[in-house]
Design a protein around this ligand. Structure first.
Ligand code: UD1
Ligand code: CA
Length: 456
């Protein structure tokens, strides 16, 4: 049987007090709606239809991707009305899974459980018992515990408001049945809206034995209506990520102080200190140790490498047994081989640094190709930019660059060359020789230091 996923995302999100539509707000660096789309994909639907509205084309433009159909709900007349807008797109499927674009943590295992109910029934609801059910639609059952209907908070009697089992809004239903019930919806209720929840009583009247399943955790069905709830779900999500990392053999100094905004894969015995932030795709091999306050964005880091406190590494490939930081910055398109040392206040940009080379203090190395076992002294700068174009610096194996050297690119320093400290190198320096450019040091005889004039 073919499945269609339908995501409702037309709501306004007034309580976010934001210029951008609610479903574009980010959780773990990814829009809320993108989380729901990814989870919908994981249950392998034939198609995914998204009902959008508030914010105009911004949502479909931002999240455009193959396999998604966007349907505009120009007027927001309720959840039932939203589903009606999408029905013409769902004529090819026989099951419909309804999700909310602002309920980001729903899991694919919960959805699989919900969908499997359609083997026995034409309608299955995801419900949950809440200590405080205020605001939600309540599940009304009969004496035999069979579901009878859903009553919205605003339409509920005081007794119905005491019911703690609530409607999460997420449900699975046979398409032909849904179509029939939707045609009979009206907006005769407290909010003058077309309630999708009214189909429950219709299903009961049609003799459907409605199934209810519960999510594995409450967070899965929590919606984001304001920034406080967004922050809460962000923490829940990060806690889950931290647990997965620990299960996979990583040690976290504090599981509540790590932020993963992307995909992190870790080998065995990886150590992550407090306040590490991961963005994009990051791969850490066995024994990697990451110090406190480190930002890693799209990096691969080899076995046993240590990244010390307050370093920022982006779009970089780092070999094994390297030592980076504290306070190092490795910028995009950098490749460090094995056993490379990058020390404090060193910036590496679009450069290759080969095996065993050391750049330990206060240097800028950009657009460079640094050979093996090179030593670059403190304060060395590759002057790669002439104000219009970038130029390359090539440093051969075993070269030794004295401190406070400026290498004016394009320039080549030969293998085994030594550059005297304080040099400005604007011509190629030959292999195995000492090259230096320094004004001769002089001492002035009889010179006296000026003294302050006495006040008159
Ligand atoms: C709805 C349910 C309620 C349930 C609650 C769970 C109905 C009538 N009520 O209530 O039983 O407990 O969700 O959170 O269904 N949306 C549209 N177009 C619309 C209206 C809503 O796309 O015209 C979307 C919203 O963007 C949101 C979802 O539908 O993602 C739910 O809308 P919301 O207004 O939050 O529903 P509630 O009234 O809170
Ligand atoms: Ca809501």
């Amino acid at each position: 049987m073919d499945l269609g996923a339908l995501i409702l995302a037309a709501g306004e999100g007034t309580r976010m007090r934001s210029r951008i539509p609610k479903v574009l707000h980010q959780l773990a660096g990814k829009p809320l709606l993108a989380h729901v789309i990814d989870t919908a994909r994981s249950v392998d639907p034939h198609e995914i239809t998204i009902v959008y509205g508030h914010g105009g084309d911004l949502v479909p433009t931002r999240l455009a991707a193959p396999g998604l159909t966007w349907v505009e709900q120009a007027e927001r007349l309720g959840t039932g009305h939203a589903v009606m807008q999408a029905m013409p797109n769902l004529h090819k499927v026989d099951q419909v899974l309804i999700l909310y674009g602002d309920v980001p943590l729903i899991s694919s295992s919960t959805l699989t459980g919900l969908l499997s109910c359609l083997k026995r029934s034409d309608l299955a609801l995801l419900t949950v018992d809440l200590p405080d059910p205020t605001g939600y639609g309540r599940i009304v059952r009969d004496g035999m515990d069979r579901i009878l209907r859903i009553v919205e908070q605003k339409d509920a009697s005081p007794r119905e408001r005491e019911i703690s089992e609530i409607n999460t809004g997420i449900l699975a239903v046979k398409r032909d049945r849904l179509e029939g019930w939707l045609q009979r919806l009206d907006n005769n209720n407290a909010q003058k809206e077309y309630y999708l929840t009214d189909i429950i009583a219709m299903a009961v009247a049609d003799g459907v034995n409605i199934q209810a399943v519960h999510p594995d955790s409450e967070e899965e069905v929590m919606g984001v209506n304001d920034r406080k709830q967004l922050a809460y779900l962000e923490r829940c999500y990060q806690q889950q990520q931290a647990e997965v990392l620990m299960q996979n053999g990583a040690t976290l100094a504090d599981p509540s102080r790590i932020d993963i905004r992307g995909d992190l894969s870790t080998g065995r015995d990886v150590f992550l200190d407090c306040n590490v932030i991961i963005e994009g795709r990051v791969k850490l091999a066995d024994g990697v140790s990451i110090g406190p306050n480190v930002l890693l964005r799209n990096c691969t880091i080899g076995e046993g490498t240590e990244v010390h406190a307050n370093s920022v590494l982006e779009d970089a490939e780092i070999g094994s047994q390297c030592r980076i930081g504290p306070f190092a910055r490795v910028r995009p398109e950098s490749r460090l081989a094995d056993r490379v040392h990058i020390g404090n206040f060193v910036e590496i940009k679009k450069s290759r640094v080969a095996d065993g080379s050391k750049i330990n203090h206060l240097s800028y190395v950009g657009d460079s190709d640094v050979g093996e076992r090179v030593n670059i002294g403190a304060g060395t700068i590759t002057c790669n930019y002439d104000g219009a174009n970038k130029h390359k610096t090539v440093i051969g194996d075993r070269a030794f660059i004295g401190s406070d050297t400026q290498l004016i690119a394009p320039v080549v320093v030969g293998e085994g060359a030594t550059i005297g400290a304080g040099s400005t190198i604007c011509k190629d320096a030959p292999s195995e020789k000492l090259t230096l450019s320094r004004a001769k040091q002089v001492s002035i005889e009889g010179w006296e230091r000026p003294v302050k004039k006495p006040k008159a």
